[in-house]
Design a protein around this ligand. Structure first.
Ligand code: 5GP
Length: 137
């Protein structure tokens, strides 16, 4: 099992949070350093650092409620656009090593800033890559 994180302490009630949703498998609460009003974190109760380590049951539980929580965030903030962000690994901006999904309303200039440096998908290499990923499933 990975080290206890700040989110484990929130789950165990040692640290308070502004909770917006909870069920048997999932907790959602406001981010303490929001990128915009309503920035919400949705976490599985299973203590895994990375998305790819989550059990099917916990993944399904998150997937079931994520759209519902997004709807509620939009309704409460008046946002009509938002990003769902899920970071894995420090190189990918992960700071808390307990799986979490950010729901980040885009409200004017506030929200997620993105630098999207798109490459180009080349036919032959893409075929090999798609096969490699499919074979790894
Ligand atoms: P990451 O960069 O790991 O994807 O995001 C971690 C998020 O957790 C950050 O947006 C940060 O503001 C939030 N966070 C860190 N510590 C706390 C805390 O104690 N309480 C709450 N509510 N959010 C936290």
């Amino acid at each position: 099992m990975s080290e206890r994180t700040i989110f484990d302490k929130i789950l165990d009630g040692e640290i308070p949070c502004h909770r917006v949703y909870e069920d048997e498998h999932v907790l959602a609460f406001l981010d303490i350093f929001p990128l915009s009003k309503g920035h919400t974190l949705v976490i599985p109760k299973e203590r895994k650092a990375h998305l790819h380590e989550l059990s099917d049951a916990q993944s399904a539980a998150i997937g079931r409620v994520l759209p519902r929580i997004a709807r509620a965030v939009m309704k409460a903030t008046g946002a009509t656009a938002y990003n769902v962000l899920q970071n894995n690994g420090p190189e990918a901006h992960q700071a808390v090593f307990h799986v979490h999904f950010h729901i980040i309303p885009k409200l004017g200039d506030s929200g997620l800033g993105l630098s999207w440096r798109a490459g180009k998908l080349e036919g032959d290499a893409a075929k090999v890559l798609a096969t490699a990923i499919a074979d790894a499933l």
